[in-house]
Design a protein around this ligand. Structure first.
Ligand SMILES: [Ca+2]
Length: 156
């Protein structure tokens, strides 16, 4: 259900950008399949008071016009966590910054179609290259894992 809503929202955004204004553009790879990276079952450990990083290679020409990232993190205290998306140049977009206190787990979409994030740092940067999801655990006792990520770039 969430995924359907997500796809629908992306289609609406693409339509709003004029990409779907005529039939011919629907045949373009870019309109039908924006560059994305999806992986489930990651099970990457987020060590206590330490850092975990997950790499997401994208092969695509063009520049970033916006993005959406869905993540699932299993954790016993999400107030420990700072979650950051890094583009291939190292420019950073903060997704989660120690909100949530003792809430368990993050299962959320950020950016287009999801929670508002400041994407200014990566706008108009090259899409191509290795993007990274960085998870910093900044308080003791509670730990977790990164389980799922889907990064979708909307090109200008
Ligand atoms: Ca911790």
């Amino acid at each position: 259900m969430k995924k359907l809503l997500f796809v629908t929202t992306l289609s609406m955004i693409a339509a709003a950008c004029g990409r779907l204004d005529n039939g011919s553009s629907l045949k373009g790879v870019d309109a039908a399949e924006p560059p994305d990276f999806e992986r489930d079952g990651i099970a990457l450990a987020i060590p206590d008071t330490d850092r975990a990083e997950f790499s997401m290679p994208l092969e695509s020409t063009g520049l970033v016009g916006g993005l959406s990232i869905a993540i699932r993190i299993t954790h016993t205290y999400i107030g420990d966590l700072v979650v950051t998306l890094l583009d291939p140049t190292g420019a950073a977009v903060t997704l989660h910054n120690r909100e949530g206190g003792s809430t368990q787990n993050i299962d959320k979409i950020y950016g287009s179609g999801g929670a508002a994030i400041n994407q200014d740092a990566v706008m108009l940067h090259e899409v191509n290259g290795t993007w990274k999801l960085r998870i910093d655990d900044q308080a003791g006792d509670d730990v977790g894992t990164l389980d799922y990520v889907k990064l979708t770039i909307l090109k200008v």
